[in-house]
Design a binder for this molecule. Structure first.
Ligand SMILES: Nc1ncnc2c1ncn2[C@@H]1O[C@H](COP(=O)(O)OP(=O)(O)O)[C@@H](O)[C@H]1O
Ligand SMILES: [Mg+2]
Length: 521
């Protein structure tokens, strides 16, 4: 399938949807215009995508195309504050719906974007259906200095394998996180005049002459290159829909709505309208018993609400117990003693959503982030372990000798690690040398030990979150920690949180209270 972006150039839809593309150009160069043209083409071809709209300027696409506009405007299809983002992500990916995720009016866009991207990533880990995330003003969400929205980074590094592509637009490429920028295999680059910015896109140009042409480009003129096309300047075609419409009311009212749109709207909103209470079920589960009563937790929120964060006119619209999935594992391994060796058992807890190691002694705490290692087989993890503990980069040959794997196994593992963004390589002489891309390391098995905590089998009214990490992944992970490491026993248990939904004038906020420690999270 082709996307016609100019009278002279059509680009391959697959390359855009599952690739990593940057759209770069100073203010007024025509980035948003170009992104809108791409959105028109995607929508025309019924390809699912989501545009993170920071300016509230994309709703006019609805003049012609059935996009779902999630925002704060009275005319948006769904209110962003009241939308269940997991449902939204699931619907968007499953049905290939195009979404305008309009964060122009929310006070904490990064939080919303993080939550939505995380939901998209999770659902894509299962469905692997091609879907594109477009992020406007990428310098705000994934800056070079300061906190990046790690969910966007995650999509950049590991989305491709899941069918999830990323397109970032920015007027200040010099301020975008370099790792994320350098991963863009597709580039659409327009007028730039600030030297720092020109320098930061040098990596994408093989000819000095092209780089020198950047300040001379007119609005709508862009270099299109990378995997999209052989490097060339094109004048992006005119939009079919209005650019920067200023009267959202008129546009939204004249919008064509797909039949499905109202159904989708309903599906996504019912949960909120009827309140979560209606869905609460009496469950019989193995849980870590809450120490804080519902009343105490409720009181905490009431007090907090009165004294800071919120204004006076807010209220708690919903309050319930949420059970969070945890794997409780018993692991046997060979421990070195003063004399000889001996089998030893330890207990450890893994987060059922991320795979991270948990410390639950005094409240819910992530002790060790392992998210990025989940889903890999023990072979790949061993190879990674060797690389991350080596002072220099290693060749395939050296890795094979080091691990006793065959060269072809090593190569296969390296490919997986490469796809996951965990290793990279550089050529030196005749050989490729591999190195770890992240500072995280596999932990020492003994560091996972956790004292046993009390569990209770309870019938309790609560909402339950499903496990999304497979036990198989935990098993593979443990196997990678040593030759004789084995998962001997496990239980699926739940950790309790109280959730309060607090509505203010325009915003809905979720507050989480650890039901064991009483800490507000
Ligand atoms: N391909 C194009 N064809 C015609 N006009 C364009 C094109 N691209 C940009 N423009 C003009 O340039 C203006 C700025 O474009 P815009 O995409 O909003 O810039 P920015 O890079 O700041 O997002 C638009 O309002 C439009 O008038
Ligand atoms: Mg713009």
């Amino acid at each position: 399938m082709d996307l016609k972006i100019s009278s002279t150039l059509s680009i391959n839809a697959d390359k855009v949807v599952t690739g990593r593309t940057c759209v770069i150009g100073q203010s007024g160069s025509g980035k948003s215009y170009t992104v809108s043209v791409l959105c028109e083409e995607l929508a025309k071809n019924n390809i699912g995508f989501c545009i993170i709209d920071t300016e509230g300027e994309y709703f006019s696409l609805k003049e012609k195309y059935p996009l779902l506009w999630v925002g704060s405007d009275a005319n948006s299809d769904l209110s962003i504050e009241n939308t269940d983002l997991i449902k939204l992500a699931t619907t968007a990916v499953e049905k290939g719906v195009a979404v305008i995720f309009d964060v122009s009016e929310v006070s904490d866009p990064k939080e919303y974007v993080g939550e939505f991207c995380s939901a998209l990533y999770k659902i894509e880990s299962k469905l692997k259906k091609p879907f594109l995330v477009i992020v406007e003003e990428a310098d705000k969400f994934v800056p070079q200095t300061g906190k990046v929205v790690k969910e966007v980074e995650e999509i950049s590094r590991r989305g491709r394998k899941r069918g999830l592509g990323l397109m970032i637009a920015t007027q200040r490429p010099a301020l975008v996180n370099k790792n994320i920028l350098s991963q863009c295999n597709n580039q659409i680059i327009g007028r730039l005049t600030i030297q720092n910015d020109i320098d930061s896109v040098k990596i994408f140009f093989s000819k000095k002459k092209d780089l020198k042409a950047l300040p001379e480009l007119s609005p709508g003129e862009f270099f299109v290159q990378g995997d999209l096309s052989s490097s060339q300047v094109v004048k992006v075609r005119m939009r079919y829909t209005k650019h920067k419409a200023v009267t959202p009311k008129l546009v939204a009212k004249s919008a064509i709505k797909i039949e499905d749109l109202s159904v989708i709207q309903k599906e996504i909103t019912t949960n909120i309208e009827h309140g979560v209470e209606a869905e609460l079920e009496e469950l019989k589960e193995m849980i870590i018993p809450p120490l804080i009563t519902k009343e105490v937790a409720y009181d905490k929120i009431e007090r907090r609400k009165k004294y800071y964060i919120f204004g006076p006119e807010v209220k708690i619209s919903d309050f319930y117990l949420q059970l969070h999935p945890v794997y409780y594992c018993t692991v046997r391994y060979l421990k070195k003693k003063w004399i000889g060796t001996e089998f030893e058992d330890i207990h450890t807890y893994f987060d059922g959503l991320s795979g991270d190691v948990l410390g639950l002694k005094s409240g819910f705490k992530i002790k060790r982030e392992l998210k990025e290692f989940m889903g890999l087989n023990s072979g790949s993890l061993r190879i990674f372990d060797k690389l991350s503990n080596s002072k220099r980069s290693l060749t395939v040959d050296e890795l094979a000798k080091n691990t006793n794997y065959t060269e072809s196994t090593v190569r296969e593992s390296l490919k997986t690690l490469y796809d996951e963004g965990l290793v990279s390589s550089s050529r030196f002489g005749r050989h490729l040398y591999y190195y770890a891309m992240t500072k995280s390391k596999l932990p020492d098995i003994e560091k996972l030990a956790h004292p046993v905590i009390d569990l209770e089998e309870r019938r309790i009214a609560a909402n339950k979150t499903d496990f999304s990490i497979d036990l198989k992944d935990i098993r593979e992970f443990l196997k990678a920690l040593g030759d004789k490491v084995e998962l001997t026993e496990y239980k699926k248990v739940y950790y309790p949180f109280y959730i309060a939904k607090v509505t203010g004038y325009k915003k809905l906020k979720k507050i989480k209270i650890d039901a064991v420690s009483g800490k507000v999270i």
